[in-house]
Design a protein around this ligand. Structure first.
Ligand code: C5P
Length: 230
């Protein structure tokens, strides 16, 4: 079984709260940079007051001191999980983990799913990059720095599980039912397959957000994630 995290990829807080009013069984919501920039931390507080766990996906990548300050602010707001870029380096991740304390789980974004081997190679100044090897390498650095886990595409779950061992969060976007539109996600999986491969948290956005009956679709994902055997 895995947790289902609803990605609140909506233009504003009013729309997000209206959607949440329609759904039942939501435990985790993901707030990204669009909603956070528009609504600010007051919105995070509103979500927490509704009894929700917040996954703050701001993908921090900065000098260690700045990231530590942002992590401490998220911790103080009661955020339950947040992202840092593993390319920020071991020291950045270590100080972030220290600032997170016991209540905030930090997970590392390895290779952005928008990259292919050529664009990633261009960004880091290397030719012939194997993205699987790169994800594995960065997951190792993240684990050594003490992060709680990693964010990855469905394609990389098993190799990340190999690095993290039995413990460790594997947070996976790109979750679709077979008939769902993929949108811009190229590497997708069903909830059942992702959990079977070792995912602990599934991030679902558009299949629910764009559904004519969001409550029913969210329920389907919830049941599939709960019944799947990891
Ligand atoms: O709408 P969809 O189900 O594709 O939403 C996936 C969510 O996960 C979006 O909020 C997206 O920004 C996020 N995400 C992703 N790929 C990553 C990290 C985060 O799709 N590598």
């Amino acid at each position: 079984m895995a947790e289902v995290i609803l990605a609140l990829d909506l233009p504003n807080g009013t729309d997000a709260l209206r959607l949440l009013d329609e759904l039942s069984g939501v435990r985790w919501v993901k707030v990204g940079s669009v909603l956070m920039t528009r609504e600010g931390p007051v919105f995070i507080r509103t979500l927490i007051e509704r009894g929700l766990q917040v996954f703050l996906d701001l993908k921090w990548h900065d000098i260690p001191n700045t990231v530590a300050g942002a992590v401490a602010a998220a911790r103080d707001f009661g955020v339950g999980m947040a992202t840092v870029h593993t390319l920020g380096g071991a020291t950045m991740m270590e100080v972030a983990v220290a600032a997170a304390g016991d209540t905030l789980a930090l997970v590392g974004v390895t290779v952005l799913t928008s990259h292919d081997a050529t664009s990633y190679g261009g960004a880091v100044g290397r030719r012939n990059v194997d993205l699987g090897d790169e994800v594995r390498r960065q997951a190792k650095v993240a684990a050594a720095a003490g992060l709680a886990g990693v964010v990855c595409s469905p394609q990389e779950i098993m190799l990340v599980r190999g690095v993290l061992g039995e413990r460790g969060r594997i947070v996976v976007p790109g979750i679709r039912r077979p008939a769902d539109a993929r949108g811009d996600q190229t590497r997708v999986a069903t909830a059942k397959d992702a959990v079977g491969d070792g995912a602990t948290h599934l991030v679902v956005g558009r299949p629910v957000l764009h559904a004519s009956d969001p409550a029913a679709v969210f329920q389907e994902f919830l049941e599939e994630a709960r019944c799947a055997v990891s």
